[in-house]
Design a protein around this ligand. Structure first.
Ligand code: SAM
Length: 222
């Protein structure tokens, strides 16, 4: 356990000077994490249709996933206007601006119609949410019947030695002083698997399984 009680984190991305840095780091280091999410999406059997990415940051996940799934269209949202601007520039750079649409939006009020998406993904954003239950219910609202979700985030109940190891690696990779405490602060702000299970049970999201892997937890439809 990293902290008994959750310690909410001021969004690191409120500091717009970090947006470009975060985008550069994500392009360089997210290849393997993208592959893992893509693997889970394929395992869910969703390879075409409309997908939604919530808390997209610089947009690396929807862009790389769309590049691998040519029949999938993405709407990707983030609260931060600076992030959305960076993500749009990344989409132009990848030549994917016709299939990956970035817009400002909140996890608490998804800017989509009821039953309009085949897949919801959300990567490392849940720990920024004070009330993920509202997001789970919003995800349930926009998912079509049989639609799937793949949600991954850090977990506060990570084994401490493992968390310290990842934090050590983070501090080697992240040279920007303002972002050095980022992983540890996010771990303190994260939910535990048990807290998340409780919220899922109270939500109207179709049945999901939740499992932990190293310092993360994954929530997936089944
Ligand atoms: C740690 S970043 C993850 C970015 C991206 N998913 C990735 O893994 O590269 C979390 C993102 O969530 C966004 N965010 C925080 N609260 C949000 C909310 N209520 N609705 C939508 N986005 C939010 C932040 O602006 C930030 O870009």
């Amino acid at each position: 356990m990293i902290a008994e009680k959750r310690i909410p984190e001021a969004s690191p991305l409120e500091d717009e000077s970090l947006t470009e840095y975060y985008s550069r780091m994500a392009k360089r280091h997210m290849k393997f994490p993208v592959k893992r999410v893509l693997g889970r999406i394929r395992a869910q059997g969703v390879e075409r249709g409309v997908a939604l990415d919530v808390g997209t940051g610089p947009g690396i996940f929807p862009l790389e996933i769309a590049a691998n799934l040519p029949e999938m269209e993405f709407v990707a949202i983030d609260l931060s206007p600076a992030m959305i601007q960076t993500a749009q520039a990344n989409a132009r750079e990848r030549g994917l601006e016709d299939r990956v649409h970035f817009q400002i939006g909140s996890a608490y009020a998804l800017p989509l119609k009821d039953k309009s998406v085949d897949l919801v993904i959300c990567v490392h954003t849940m720990h920024h949410l004070e009330d993920p239950l509202v997001f789970f219910n919003e995800a349930a609202r926009v998912l079509r019947e049989g639609g799937k979700c793949v949600i991954v985030d850090l977990r506060r109940d990570s084994p401490k030695p493992l968390a310290l190891f990842f934090d050590f690696l983070w501090r080697i990779i992240i040279r920007e002083k303002k972002a050095r405490d980022g992983l540890w602060n996010s771990l303190k702000a994260a939910f535990t698997v048990e807290e998340c299970e409780r919220m899922l049970r109270r939500s109207v999201l179709p049945p999901c399984r939740i499992y932990s892997q190293a310092i993360e937890m994954w929530i997936e439809s089944y």
